[in-house]
Design a protein around this ligand. Structure first.
Ligand code: NPQ
Ligand code: MG
Length: 369
């Protein structure tokens, strides 16, 4: 196929309630979409970056700039030789910027699969038609407020609770949730790098709660530190921010730093790299699950297809649209018996709803070949 133009759309979507993590608290979520126009049809994708470089070094204005100045010209220059699979080798010379790369690769994969009348799920080798849904619960101002949200999510049917933690909000909230709901509740925590090598004894106290895992407790660049922690505590250590490629995943597994892996396609540069991480994990008996970046339906749809692959043996952060949004920008993904259906239509299987996109769009820019 041939890439003719790309529209970059910046949206600002209100959140149902504030989402607080160890690095920020937000009431609205800014999202960037890539809308690719090719000679064989259109494709859509969501860039996983935030508007500020808080989760990782990438951020929206930077992602749009590198796409515009360096990535898109190289892809336009391929002419008719462009395929979704050729994006990574073509952009290999560009260091980093994986979320920007993921956005354009995914938009082109969507266009390519729509043209071939094939779904993301089929292309990725998915083996499930619905996936169990977990929910990520933000840091709250008080324990009663936390319990209100946990209770609500469990009533809605979520099969796994992930509590965001940070120093000062860890032992007590985890203890309360565990004691309230008992040992059968699938419960895990995510620190988003908020702890240090000096906090190992504090983290070891969480061992008594039989957590499924502790996600990214310390700095993303400290792989050895995670290996030491994994030796020191009983709770399995799961890596998120550290795992930016299949090569890094292989190293983390070999070093004993990753006993479980959170795969986020945006973080690792797309769905093709995600598949590689899935494969290296399965080969080493490392369970994986699908993370999330508060995606609107455009990003959520493709993540659900990934989560339907056989190695995804733990429930992901692939929540229903209603977890975050009052109104989604696509047909919403709904929770039924704790599960969400994997889209079956061509490509990502959903389309943006124009009037809702118009309502939330902050800027739209066309880049042409
Ligand atoms: C994680 N996601 O697993 C991320 C972190 C994350 C669902 O917990 C705005 C504010 C956007 C906070 C995107 C979940 C965010 C955000 C991702 C947190 O680490
Ligand atoms: Mg995480």
């Amino acid at each position: 196929m041939k890439l003719e133009a790309v529209e970059l759309i910046r949206l600002n979507v209100p959140l149902k309630s504030a989402f607080r993590t160890s690095f920020s608290s937000v009431n609205t979520h800014e999202v960037v979409w890539a809308h690719a126009i090719t000679d064989s049809g259109e494709g859509w994708a969501e860039c996983g970056a935030n508007d500020r470089p808080d989760y990782s070094s990438e951020y929206h204005t930077g992602a749009m700039a590198v796409l515009k100045q360096f990535m898109l010209p190289d892809l336009f220059a391929l002419g008719n030789d462009l395929t979704a699979e050729s994006v990574t080798p073509t952009l290999e010379w560009i260091k980093g910027h994986r979320m920007a790369k993921a956005a354009i690769e995914t938009a082109l994969l969507d266009a390519q699969l729509r043209a071939a009348n094939t779904s993301f799920a089929t292309y990725l080798g998915a083996t499930k038609t619905k996936v169990p849904a977990g929910v990520s619960v933000g840091i709250m101002d008080s324990l009663p407020e936390l319990m209100e949200y946990v209770e609500r999510y469990l009533n809605e049917g979520y099969v796994r609770i992930k509590l965001k933690i940070e120093p000062g909000w860890d032992y007590e909230p985890v203890k309360l949730v565990r004691e309230t709901y008992g040992d059968d509740l699938l419960l895990q925590v995510d620190a988003n790098t908020a702890y240090t090598r000096n906090d190992f004894d504090l983290l070891k106290r969480l061992d008594e709660f039989n957590l499924l895992l502790i996600e990214q407790p310390i700095n993303e660049e400290d792989m050895l530190g995670h290996a030491k922690l994994a030796d020191y505590i009983e709770t399995p250590v799961c890596l998120d921010e550290t795992i930016i490629s299949a090569d890094i995943a292989r190293d983390a597994i070999e070093l004993g730093a990753a006993e479980i892996i959170n795969i986020k396609p945006s973080r690792v540069g797309g769905y093709l790299e995600s598949k590689k991480i899935h494969d290296v994990s399965v080969a080493n008996n490392i369970p994986v699950w699908c993370g999330g970046m508060l995606e609107t339906g455009i990003g959520r749809a493709a993540n659900l297809a990934l989560a339907a692959m056989p190695g995804f043996t733990l429930p992901g952060d692939t929540s229903a649209s209603s977890r975050y949004f009052e109104v989604d920008t696509t047909t919403p993904f709904v929770l039924v018996d704790g599960h969400i259906d994997v889209p079956t239509g061509p490509g990502i299987g959903v389309d943006p709803i124009a009037e809702i996109v118009d309502r939330y769009a902050v800027s739209r820019e066309w880049i042409k070949a």
